[in-house]
Design a binder for this molecule. Structure first.
Ligand code: SAM
Length: 342
């Protein structure tokens, strides 16, 4: 290893102060400090006047954002907005990630070590209640803004995939689909326009899915289930079983159990479609950063046992479930569709 230089100290120092700087960036976004710089560089006093923040608040937030390179210090104590600062202000992915980190994960992240040592979501227990075995039965009971930020995060990543996935499922000749972990029915409502769809999830999620289907004027079958109870078979038979952003909610032993139940639910020429943002299939480092950071949410908030997976790991789980890997295809910016058959 080479001797650390100043740039290495910079990286280490960012890690050391990351939680405080995160709060500075989010507060500067929410209080309008970044927006105050859109029409040109300003002093802390000018930003204070424009935002109704105290001069003290404007200065500490601007200097915190300068460390993060969201703003740049110009001559005469003026701060300008950088292109990265503009992303924090306006980019949808950054907004969704920041709100999710803040509203769902931030307080629970303090218990990451406890979560990992116990293999339990200690952050969830300390933050949202010790009665929940995982975050999933808690979803519709989360306090605001955690609930809105959780669903916005989930939908932001999976929504763009659905149209392409429905086409892939229809092209396989499928007429019937079992949507495992279908959540509030965002995929199912779209798919039900051309396919016969049955959704499996917790009863609370399914009642939201049924209401969404009613509003969209489509028919859905719903089947409440605890997916972790592997003694409960899936209904059958289906031409396609769809698992979207689902297997990352489970450790590998449970994924194998879910895939075995999916195999039993397939008609003879049926296919299992697994849609995931795989660690090793991301188009660039920012996308991979998002995926690997999301694993830490699973550790401290979701269940203490799952994570984002590499393609090989899921193909191995499917093999253990006696499913045959058929193909993979890219869907949307971050996701891969893994297709398996009997
Ligand atoms: C990350 S969401 C994915 C939702 C959707 N498929 C998508 O692509 O956006 C995972 C879903 O699995 C459900 N789920 C997780 N664990 C479950 C369990 N033990 N029993 C029933 N449903 C579960 C959750 O309620 C949630 O709706």
């Amino acid at each position: 290893m080479k001797a650390a230089d100043l740039s290495d100290h910079r990286i280490a120092t960012r890690a050391a102060w990351a939680p405080l700087l995160f709060q500075a960036a989010k507060t500067a976004r929410d209080l309008g400090l970044l927006t105050a710089l859109v029409d040109g560089p300003k002093t802390p006093a000018e930003v204070s006047a424009k935002t109704k923040c105290s001069l003290y608040a404007a200065r500490v937030l601007l200097e915190g954002c300068e460390v993060l390179e969201l703003v740049k210090l110009e001559p005469n104590d003026r701060f300008s907005l950088t292109a990265a600062g503009e992303l924090v202000r306006t980019d949808e992915m950054t907004r969704v990630n920041m709100n999710f980190t803040h509203d769902v994960c931030y307080q629970g992240a303090f218990y990451l070590r406890e979560s990992l040592e116990q293999g339990k979501p200690a952050g969830l227990h300390h933050t949202f209640g010790a009665q929940w075995p995982t975050i999933y039965p808690a979803l519709t009971h989360l306090p605001e803004p955690a609930k809105t930020s959780w669903f916005a995060f989930d939908h932001f990543y999976s929504d763009p995939v659905f149209r392409l996935a429905i086409a892939a499922i229809a092209n396989s000749g499928a007429k019937t689909v079992l949507d495992v972990g279908g959540n509030t029915g965002r995929f199912a409502v779209q798919a039900a326009k051309s396919l016969k769809v049955t959704v499996l999830d917790f009863a609370e999620q399914l009642s939201v899915a049924r209401e969404n289907a009613r509003q969209a004027g489509v028919e859905l079958s719903t089947h409440p289930i605890d997916l972790l109870d592997h003694s409960q078979p899936f209904p059958r038979p289906f031409d396609a079983v769809w698992m979207s952003q689902l297997v990352d909610c489970f450790p590998e032993a449970d994924i194998v159990g879910l895939m075995k139940r999916a195999r039993s639910a397939l008609a003879p020429n049926g296919r299992l479609f697994v849609n995931e943002p795989l660690v090793d299939r991301q188009p660039q480092d920012v996308a991979r950063f998002n995926v690997q950071a999301t694993s830490l949410y699973f550790s401290c908030m979701a269940n203490g046992t799952s994570r984002m997976y590499h393609s090989r790991e899921l193909i191995d789980c499917a093999r253990a479930a006696e499913l045959r890997f058929i193909e993979e295809r890219r869907v949307g910016a971050w996701h891969t569709l893994l297709v398996f058959g009997l």
